[in-house]
Design a protein around this ligand. Structure first.
Ligand code: ZN
Length: 469
């Protein structure tokens, strides 16, 4: 048999083809895909497998419209594009705040800010709240969180359910030259997160795990010297930093591949808020609720390569992220969440032709910020409602402050049309009133206020904010 194969000319051609493939692969550093192919229907079956790891990558401060896969003109995210184009892309995703802590409390608990009440620098998520990591832990997962943003520190309640929850040691010898123009340093880079994640995979990669990686270099505008030179402004540096972050994510996926776990690992990429570049007079985030600071990505990279990637057009919210992911992997839902599993939308969008999405999943989405979050004085709350292309932003209790925008005509929210008194205006105002009046924490306990010592306050101030005065 073996001899006959050797003598067969087709075997020679086959061998030559394999050799050529290997040479090409070595030359261009190509990887033979290590995940099996599949269709969108296979996504609905993932929940039955019981062997899936979940890697949740939170890229702090990533605004969706600066990523090439969301239509940006610069090639900022080639690695993510490639992965997500064979996975699931949610095209319009609204974060529940423009400040990390309020936004992350919503993302993790699946509840809106008026329900969880984590609005101030000294508020924390109470122990009574059930967090996704607790659900993973109860299901037998090893749970690890690696983070570099002090607003998700364990004293604010974000470590609940994690076996290990820590900031990695800052690397002493960065391999690459980087800069952080105009940003205070918080020490280290996301390369440290990558190293910590790789070490974790070396030790525990063969157990079932839930790994949360909170990347922070984009918040600090860290970039790699040999990144594309997009130009000299902060906005250009931000784009360069997205490119750098994209490479870090590429290295993480490579590490998962090297650990041989990609075929049983679901990866999700999300963000807590965007970043402003003077669109509405401000730079940065955590000041207001305009589109540039609340529209973020949500991407799912399943353990199989979809023959046709799925794009979900309908608006979803960060409160939907965990209800969706828990549903996908077959774990219990977050009790009392405002968010919903968007898996039915994914499955509907993946049909050919796309079938209509379930109507009850189309609903307006709230964002909410206390502009005085860093202080101890009176609240100054802003709430926005995004309903299809209609957008209302209003100071709480001040209907005269309402700003109405129509994204279909004005995607950058340049023209406030509230004086035209559009028919959506009054119902949207009433909906925001109901939201503020009727929201309650599903776990029955108000968000506690905690003591923060000066040392920790200074660490938070190093992120570039005024806090505690
Ligand atoms: Zn943030």
């Amino acid at each position: 048999m073996f001899r006959r194969l050797i003598e067969s000319p087709s075997a020679y051609f086959a061998a030559a083809a394999v050799l050529l493939l290997i040479i090409v692969a070595l030359q261009f550093d190509l990887r033979i895909p290590s995940r099996p192919g599949g269709t969108v229907r296979d996504l609905a079956l993932l929940r039955n497998r019981g062997d899936l790891n979940v890697v949740f990558i939170l890229v702090d401060t990533l605004r969706a419209d600066r990523m090439s896969l969301y239509g940006y003109g610069r090639p900022t995210t080639p690695v993510i594009d490639d992965l997500a184009n064979h996975g699931v892309i949610f095209e319009r995703v609204i974060a529940q705040s423009s400040w990390t802590k309020t936004s992350m409390a919503s993302l993790w608990t699946g509840t809106y800010p008026a329900a969880h009440g984590v609005l101030r620098f000294d508020n924390a998520i109470p122990r009574e709240a059930l967090m996704p990591a607790e659900i993973f832990k109860a299901a037998g997962y090893r749970t690890v969180g690696i983070w570099r943003n002090g607003w998700v520190a364990p004293n604010f309640g974000f470590g609940q359910g994690f076996d290990v929850y820590y900031t990695p040691k800052a690397g002493a010898d960065a391999q690459l030259q980087r800069h952080s123009p105009g940003a205070a340093s918080i020490g280290g880079t996301d390369e440290d997160v990558f190293v910590a994640a790789r070490d974790f995979l070396d030790s525990f990669g063969q157990e079932k795990f839930f790994l949360y990686l909170h990347l922070m270099d984009l918040h600090q505008y860290v970039f790699d010297d040999d990144a594309d030179d997009f130009g000299p402004t902060y906005s250009d540096a931000y784009d360069k930093s997205i490119d750098w972050t994209d490479r870090v994510i590429g290295a993480l996926v490579d590490a998962l591949d090297a650990a041989d776990v990609l075929p049983r690992t679901l990866i999700a990429i999300a963000s807590d808020h965007g970043e402003a570049f003077l669109e509405h007079g401000r730079e940065g985030h955590a000041y207001d609720l305009y589109r540039e600071v609340v529209e973020v990505p949500f991407l799912i990279i399943p353990p199989l390569i979809l023959d046709r990637g799925v794009r979900v057009e309908q608006t979803v919210a960060n409160v939907d992220v965990w209800p969706t992911l828990l549903d996908l992997v077959g774990l219990p839902p977050l009790p009392g969440a405002d968010g919903r599993s968007m898996l039915p939308l994914v499955l509907a969008a993946g049909e050919t032709p796309a079938t209509p999405a379930p109507a009850d999943l189309a609903r307006p989405v709230v964002s909410h910020l206390d502009q005085h979050w860093g202080g101890r004085g009176e609240a100054r709350e802003w709430v926005s409602l995004t309903d299809g292309d209609s957008r209302l932003i209003v100071r709480a209790g001040r209907p005269d402050s309402a700003e109405f925008y129509d994204w279909s005509r004005d995607p950058r929210e340049a023209t406030n049309r509230s004086a035209e008194n559009p028919p959506q205006l009054q119902p949207m105002l009433e909906r925001i009133d109901r939201y503020r009046r009727d929201s309650e924490p599903p776990w029955g306990v108000e968000s506690p206020t905690i003591e923060i010592d000066e040392l920790r306050l200074n660490q938070l101030r190093a992120l570039g904010y005024r806090v505690g005065s």
